[in-house]
Ligand binder design. Structure first.
Ligand SMILES: C[S@@+](CC[C@H](N)C(=O)[O-])C[C@H]1O[C@@H](n2cnc3c(N)ncnc32)[C@H](O)[C@@H]1O
Length: 208
């Protein structure tokens, strides 16, 4: 973030990624299967994708494997982005990296797909939620989609020591407001590396 002071949010997540193996964190998944299933049903590989709060997720690797040419990863943690850069090695040159807090970020362009797995649910302040939705509305091209995976009503009340908000698809759609139309939803039960089950709601929200 070009010399900007680190926020407590950035410090929190940097510490997580600096001190834990990525395969140990609760949200680790070896295969981003639900994300890829939704994306491949929704859009061709010529579509642009931004993974918001991408962390060290392997989704970007799988998108490149699938032929997606316009992929952006955004995260508040430069430690997380460094993990992805190192893992991708020379393939990192094909990816745009953005170190930013989604709550204060001004998108410089638009994408066809906004993907978020396990980030929006950390926004428990309604003002932060509203800022996120406004930013998503600006960043997603008309007719594009937000693919959001967040904790379900019976999902965890906190993650990584932080409180979380929990949603069913209708509540998520309501939070996203009139600029989006709920097109599809599904439930996923994620199993953490420790064997705990976490219920997720996935929603495809079409930008009007
Ligand atoms: C639970 S992890 C999920 C990571 C990734 N989406 C995945 O599925 O593996 C949450 C991620 O959101 C990032 N994050 C949290 N708050 C953020 C914010 N306000 N702006 C941008 N990224 C944020 C964290 O750094 C972390 O990488």
């Amino acid at each position: 973030m070009d010399g900007a002071p680190r926020t407590s949010t950035a410090e929190h997540w940097d510490l997580v990624y600096a001190t834990k193996e990525i395969t140990e964190v609760g949200w680790f998944q070896a295969d981003p299967a639900v994300s890829m299933r939704l994306l491949s049903e929704l859009v061709p590989s010529t579509s642009s994708v931004i993974d918001v709060g991408a962390g060290a997720s392997g989704l970007v690797d799988v998108l490149l494997d699938a032929g997606f040419l316009d992929v952006t990863v955004l995260d508040v943690s430069d430690e997380a982005l460094a993990v992805v850069r190192d893992r991708l090695a020379e393939r990192a040159a094909a990816v745009s990296f953005v170190e930013a807090d989604v709550r204060s970020w001004a998108p410089p362009r638009q994408w066809h797909v906004w993907h978020d797995r396990a980030v929006f649910h950390f926004l428990v302040d309604p003002h932060d939620q509203a800022r996120y939705v406004t930013t998503a509305g600006r960043a997603i091209a008309s007719g594009g989609v937000a693919v959001i995976g967040c904790f379900a009503p019976d999902g965890p009340e906190q993650c990584s020591g932080l409180p979380t908000a929990r949603y069913d698809a209708e509540a998520l759609a309501e939070r996203f407001g009139d600029a989006f139309r709920l097109e599809r939803s599904l439930r996923e039960v994620h199993t953490t590396p420790e064997g705990t089950e976490q219920a997720f709601t996935w929603a495809v929200l079409r930008r009007r």
